[in-house]
Design a protein around this ligand. Structure first.
Ligand code: HEM
Length: 145
C-alpha cells in the first residue's frame, strides 16, 4: 500500500460537500465523493457524516466484509494518531475479526475431522444397514412360519 498522508479531524471537516466528501472510518481518512452515487445505503447517510468520524455509524449498520474491504479503495490518508495495518483495521480501533464459520454439530479445527465425527460417519451407516437387514431377515422368517 502506498504511503498515506496524515490528516487531523479539522482538516477532514473541510471536506463535507457533495462535490468533496471525506469521512473517517477506523482511523482511515476516506474520500467518498465518487462513491456517493454508488453507496447502496444512499448518499444522504454519507453526507450526514461528511467531514466527521463515521466509525460508529459504519459499524452500527453492520456492514459486510465486502463493504469493509472497499474502505481501502477510497482511503486518502490516516487520521492523526492512527497507524493502519496492511490488512483489516487500525491499531487504534481494530475492525472486528470476521467470525469463523463453525458447524453447530462438529467444530472443525485446523481442517481435521474430529474423532467422534469419523466415528459417526462409520457407525451410523453400519447401524442403518444392520437394522435394514435385520428387518428383512425377521420379516422373511415370520413369513416362513
Ligand atoms: C466508504 C464507506 C462506506 C462503504 C464502502 C459502504 C459500503 C456499503 C455497502 C457495500 C453496503 C451494502 C450492504 C453491505 O454490503 O453491507 C452498504 C449499505 C449501507 N450503508 Fe454503507 N458504506 C460506507 C459508509 C457508510 C456510512 C458512514 C453509513 C452511515 C452513516 C452507511 C450506511 C449504510 C446503510 C444505511 C446501508 C443500507 C443497509 C441496508 O439496507 O440494510 N454506510 N454500505
Amino acid at each position: 500500500m502506498a504511503e498515506k498522508r496524515v490528516f487531523t479531524l479539522s482538516q477532514v471537516a473541510g471536506h463535507k460537500s457533495k462535490k468533496d466528501c471525506w469521512l473517517v472510518i477506523n482511523g482511515r481518512v476516506l474520500n467518498v465523493t465518487s462513491f456517493l452515487d454508488d453507496h447502496p445505503g444512499g448518499e444522504e447517510v454519507l453526507l450526514e457524516v461528511a467531514g466527521k468520524d463515521a466509525t460508529k455509524e459504519f459499524i452500527d449498520i453492520g456492514h459486510s466484509n465486502a463493504a469493509q474491504n472497499l474502505l481501502a479503495k477510497y482511503q486518502v490518508g490516516v487520521l492523526q494518531g492512527y497507524t493502519i495495518k496492511e490488512e483489516g483495521g487500525t491499531d487504534g480501533a481494530p475492525v472486528e475479526e470476521p467470525k469463523k464459520k463453525e458447524m453447530s454439530a462438529f467444530v472443525v479445527k485446523g481442517g481435521q475431522t474430529p474423532k467422534y465425527a469419523a466415528f459417526l460417519e462409520f457407525f451410523v451407516p453400519l447401524l442403518v444397514a444392520g437394522s435394514y437387514f435385520s428387518y428383512r431377515y425377521l420379516s422373511n422368517a415370520a413369513q416362513m412360519v
